[in-house]
Design a binder for this molecule. Structure first.
Ligand code: 5GP
Ligand code: ZN
Length: 115
């Protein structure tokens, strides 16, 4: 098991978990970019959005609904937040286990531009 996020799911590596159910784990990012920075991941190892298939549609929707609940629980739901999937090299994905970033707790710059 080389995947760092699979190790977090297996509790081999500790993480600050904010939500867990049968399909999903959510924990605080170790290097937060914003006051609230949570990663929402499927417990099943899927590398990226490019590996999602029709059979994962329920899981994809569930991740978004959970993100909304976590945003509300952490008091950034009303003011707003960003949800971000990075995909592959050009998308800047560094960890090869699908994760949805929840970024909030402050008003955020847009700052998405080509290199
Ligand atoms: P990516 O660039 O792949 O979209 O984002 C990976 C994220 O995972 C980064 O924001 C990084 O800080 C976070 N991360 C990497 N390793 C760990 C870890 O061991 N624990 C936690 N909590 N976050 C991690
Ligand atoms: Zn994994």
């Amino acid at each position: 098991m080389d995947c760092i996020f699979c190790k977090i799911i297996a509790k081999v590596i500790p993480a600050a978990v904010v939500y867990e159910d049968k399909q999903i784990l959510a924990f605080k990012d170790i290097h937060p970019l914003t006051p609230i920075h949570v990663l929402i991941i499927p417990k099943k190892h899927i590398e990226s959005i490019n590996d999602f298939s029709e059979t994962d549609e329920q899981l994809a929707g569930h991740m978004v609904v959970v993100a909304k609940k976590i945003a509300a629980d952490l008091q950034t739901g009303e003011k707003g937040y960003k949800l971000l999937f990075r995909v592959g090299d050009w998308g800047g994905q560094e960890v090869g286990h699908l994760h949805l970033h929840l970024l909030g707790g402050a008003q955020l710059y847009e700052e998405i531009r080509p290199i």
